[in-house]
Design a protein around this ligand. Structure first.
Ligand code: PLP
Length: 475
């Protein structure tokens, strides 16, 4: 019986794949990726693992790890910041990797690249160094990762103000009228900062980069959170020139973890105020003389020793992405995502009620991410933890919860500011589940994120998994 089921599943998959290829003819031109998948990500198929959490972390190509292993074995690398041969060699690899990063984003002449441990650390650097002053404004969008939301606490400490611009309720796109009105409402003689994501880590929507120049014209600096967009979309910093761009490299090519950067437009660099100094950030410091002089370039913000062993692997990772090419990635992701969305939208219980709700517009510019919830035949929402557990039984890696982006979740579930404020006024420890209990309503979602590594089988398996919830009640 089990064998028969397997044969039927295989036949079903083959038939669906034929149908998919007819509907999405662009997919054919991405066959290079199938070769790379077999060579560099063969562990996925060997372990029958359906990995759908690429916004959480990209998977590393095995060849990148092999390259790094060979590289480490071949060189004697010492702590930089000295002139001895091992130190100078590390220094030269760091410098050449910085150049590769700036080339990748097409901004060699106009930007500096400050190494950080991840995108969050890059954003924190802005929080610590951006010169918020009384009457300065920080403008955030409701769609923001918590590492960006956290900037508001730096503002609060300096008597400046922060505001949120809303999203269009069903579409989850930026509410353009509101955003424009808020951008117009600032004193341009003060330091004002707009912070928004190039791509939502929840809805996958790619927000319009036109807001960068609109904000500049109205007296704002801009931090563009590119962490979720650059793994599969080209960011050309000649075309769009935000002042600050935080990035995590493991999100782009999976390895190394613990390395990111902050790209800073040279003309905005002098605005960043370093509150203290540390080893590696100064040209001179004196104990008795009670003075110091900060480095004039990136080093000013790189406290202590950077990860000099891993940094060279970043250059190799970028080359890997270049070889695949963003056009090919886009074709691959768009074909699979559009197929997935179309198929998911057809799933209905026998009483005609929809199985799934996908949040946000699927017709606007989109990366490979969608957030959704499962509903039973009575229209009741399944707890996302049940979905995650059942997916794990299928060896599917997906992510559930609010994905460090509470603004989107509060929008999706129409939570009110007054309910949320009164929750925070309560005494006692707090967490997400405690909040759900207090509100007495289910919230959160299930997130599926594809990348150029994804193939038809991954998507097909997820659809089959969804079908197992048809005509079922909530547990
Ligand atoms: C849009 C966005 N910004 C920032 C971050 C923070 O990245 P990290 O955890 O690597 O610091 C993430 C992580 O998922 C993200 O998706």
């Amino acid at each position: 019986m089990r064998l028969l089921n397997l044969i039927l599943l295989k036949l079903g998959e083959e038939g669906s794949f034929r149908n998919f290829r007819k509907r999405f003819q662009d997919y054919e031109s991405t066959s290079l990726i199938d070769e790379l998948r077999a060579r560099d990500f063969g562990r996925l198929d060997r372990q029958n693992h359906t990995y759908l959490d690429f916004t959480g972390g990209q998977l590393y190509p095995e060849s990148l790890v092999d390259w790094h292993n060979r590289f480490l074995k071949a060189h004697i690398l010492g702590n930089p910041h000295s002139q001895n041969p091992s130190s100078a060699l590390s220094g030269s690899f760091i410098a050449s990797t910085r150049r590769k990063i700036l080339d990748f984003f097409n901004c060699q002449d106009d930007y500096l690249c400050i190494f950080t441990s991840n995108a969050s650390a890059a954003i924190k650097l802005i929080g610590e160094s951006y010169p918020f002053e009384p009457e300065s404004r920080l403008l955030l969008t409701m769609d923001n990762h918590n590492s960006v939301n956290g900037l508001r606490e730096y503002v609060r400490g300096r008597s400046a103000q922060f505001h949120y611009s809303s999203l269009n309720q069903e579409m989850l796109t930026l509410n353009e009228d509101d955003l424009l009105a808020q951008l117009r409402n600032c004193d341009p003689s003060k330091n004002n900062l707009l912070a928004y994501p190039a791509q939502s880590n929840v809805s996958g929507l790619q927000h319009d980069l036109k807001w960068i120049s609109i904000a500049h014209d109205l007296g704002w600096d801009v931090m563009l959170d590119a962490a979720a967009s650059v793994p599969s979309s080209r960011l050309d910093l000649q075309e769009y020139q935000p002042d600050f761009v935080p990035i995590s490299f493991y999100k782009m090519f999976g390895y190394p973890t613990g390395l990111g950067c902050l790209l800073v437009k040279k003309s905005s660099f002098s605005k960043m105020q370093k509150p203290a100094f540390a080893g590696g950030t100064i040209t001179i410091v004196s104990v008795l003389g009670d003075g110091y002089y900060l480095d004039t370039d990136e080093a000013r913000f790189e406290d202590g020793t950077v990860d000099y062993l891993s940094i060279p692997a970043v250059g190799q990772g970028l080359e890997y992405l270049e070889k695949i090419g963003f056009d090919r990635m886009k074709k691959r992701i768009n074909s699979l995502l559009n197929y997935l969305i179309e198929e998911l939208q057809t799933l209905e219980h026998s009483n005609g009620k929809k199985l799934l709700r996908i949040y946000g517009s699927t017709s606007e510019n989109h990366g490979g991410t969608i957030a959704l919830n499962f509903f039973d035949r009575n229209g009741e929402m399944h707890d996302f933890l049940t979905i995650e557990k059942k997916a794990s039984d299928w060896n599917i890696s997906l992510r559930t919860g609010c994905f460090c982006n509470p603004g989107i979740d509060e929008t999706n579930h129409k939570l009110s500011a007054s309910d949320l404020k009164s929750y925070f006024e309560q005494e006692g420890e707090k967490d997400y589940f405690n909040l759900i209990e207090y509100l007495g309503k289910r919230r959160g979602a299930v997130r599926i994120s594809l990348s150029w590594i994804t193939n038809f089988r991954d998507v097909y398996r997820f659809i089959q998994f969804c079908k197992t919830f048809l005509n079922k009640g909530c547990a």
